[in-house]
Design a protein around this ligand. Structure first.
Ligand code: PEP
Length: 243
């Protein structure tokens, strides 16, 4: 059975000293040489992550909508990330959708750029609490997924992370049945709209050392996206050990 994918999203946290410390602890415990354990650290620390990585996967938290090289001050392209052996990049995290107003047409460009250079996007989708309570969450998520049908790519291969916004950083998680319902929804949408696509589905939102085992037992779940708990060495070790 393939190992589960564990993606650590450090968001805008960390420092040279913290990365050096945390990764050296992970290197001395059972996590060494675990390409399924992937660190999405802030961009300035990319080189350090690779240097100290000891076989971990490297991801970015975002990517430019523009491709290649050129006059786009402040932007970082997918082509640049290739030089750093970046395997995955988050796209459309709810914090970026909310704070920066990223929408489907912008996210489609990012997905196309990544796929064209061979970096696997991790597309984040998830509904706010009000939409969950209204019962209209399936339609909301399908709308977020619909950008996949507009992509101009030869082969559609990506990771989709279901991250209900109300579960992010709150300590509240959906029930196993609720996660299962959405995992199945994602698979059936992709099957119907792009039969040849290859996808993996992750869950994210308040994953901890305590709930990880139950989450990883969900059929068709390929792993988890971990925010807050990935900043705590003991907690993250416990999560990775389950995978
Ligand atoms: C996230 O923001 O991607 C996330 C999963 O956060 P947390 O684990 O802290 O809920």
């Amino acid at each position: 059975m393939a190992k589960k994918l564990i993606v650590a999203n450090w968001k805008m946290n960390g420092s040279i000293a913290k990365i050096e410390h945390d990764l050296s602890v992970y290197k001395t415990n059972a996590l060494t040489n675990s390409p399924n354990v992937v660190f999405a650290l802030p961009m300035p620390y990319l080189y350090q992550t690779i240097d100290l990585g000891a076989g971990f996967g490297v991801a970015c938290q975002d990517i430019s909508q523009f491709c290649g090289f050129g006059a786009y001050t402040g932007e970082i392209s997918a082509a640049m990330l290739l030089e750093f052996n970046v395997k995955y990049t988050l796209v459309g995290h709810s914090e970026r959708r909310a704070a920066i107003g990223e929408d489907n047409s912008l996210l489609a460009k990012k997905l196309e750029n990544l796929i064209s250079v061979g970096i696997t996007p991790i597309l984040c989708i998830g509904e706010p609490r009000s939409i969950r309570d209204s019962g209209k969450y399936q339609g909301f998520l399908i709308d977020q997924l619909s950008l996949l049908t507009s992509l101009n790519v030869e082969v559609l291969e990506l990771v989709i992370a279901y991250e209900p916004i109300w579960a992010i950083g709150t300590g509240k998680t959906p029930t196993i049945e609720e996660i299962t319902e959405i995992v199945n929804l994602i698979h059936s949408f992709v099957q119907k709209t792009s039969a040849h696509a290859k996808i993996l589905v992750l869950y994210g939102g308040s994953v901890t050392g305590k709930n990880i085992a139950d989450i990883l037992h969900i059929p068709e779940i390929a792993g988890v996206l971990v925010g807050g708990a990935s900043l705590k060495v003991d907690e993250f070790t416990a999560i990775c050990t389950e995978a």
